[in-house]
Design a protein around this ligand. Structure first.
Ligand SMILES: [Zn+2]
Length: 178
């Protein structure tokens, strides 16, 4: 089966009103995104697709864990993510009727379209759920503390020579003292 087809929503055949879709996502999903910062994950996506007359209202609830390395001790962490992403899908010809009071992102599709694929959106929402800053063991309550053994080794390996002046300065000093 084409892995992209799984994320097709054939909205033309849907009755007006709410429909629910569920997706389980793991590393095979991210393998298809070449530059994905996320490689391993265990995520569920619950999508509510509300079919209205002239637009669709979508809500992606994304929860689960992404697998990352601690930024300090490199231990592996299952970092929990849990977020909601609303989205409005409109048809191209309604582009001028933009409602600025809507906080949700708006995606436009051609009126000739009968299928809406949510694969790229799910990918982007997962990436958005990953915090921008450092993730360390302490960011995750279930993990708690960094690996002290690794930290000891890392501290030991840190180059002490960096505290010594660059030898090139010596020759400069000699020139200066002349
Ligand atoms: Zn750590």
């Amino acid at each position: 089966m084409n892995p992209f087809r799984e994320f097709d929503i054939a909205f033309v055949g849907l009755k007006p009103g709410q429909h629910r879709f569920h997706y389980d996502i793991d590393s095979t999903f991210f393998e298809l995104f070449e530059h994905s910062p996320v490689r391993r994950a265990k995520i569920t996506v619950d999508l509510i697709f509300d079919k209205q007359n002239t637009f669709f209202l979508l809500n992606f609830q994304i929860s689960g864990t992404i697998h990352v390395a601690c930024d300090r001790c490199a231990d592996e962490i299952d970092f929990p993510i849990d977020a909601d992403y609303p989205l409005v899908v409109k048809f191209d010809e309604h582009r001028e009727e933009i409602n600025d009071d809507s906080l949700a992102d708006v995606v436009y599709i051609p009126h000739s379209e009968s299928i809406f694929n949510v694969r790229q959106l799910i990918y982007e929402f997962v990436i958005l759920s990953v915090p921008m800053g450092r993730i360390t063991c302490e960011s995750v309550p279930s993990k708690g503390k960094c690996n002290t053994e690794t930290l000891k080794i890392l501290n030991h390996l840190s180059p002490e020579s960096s505290h010594q002046p660059d030898p090139r300065w010596d020759s400069l000093k000699k020139i200066k003292n002349k």
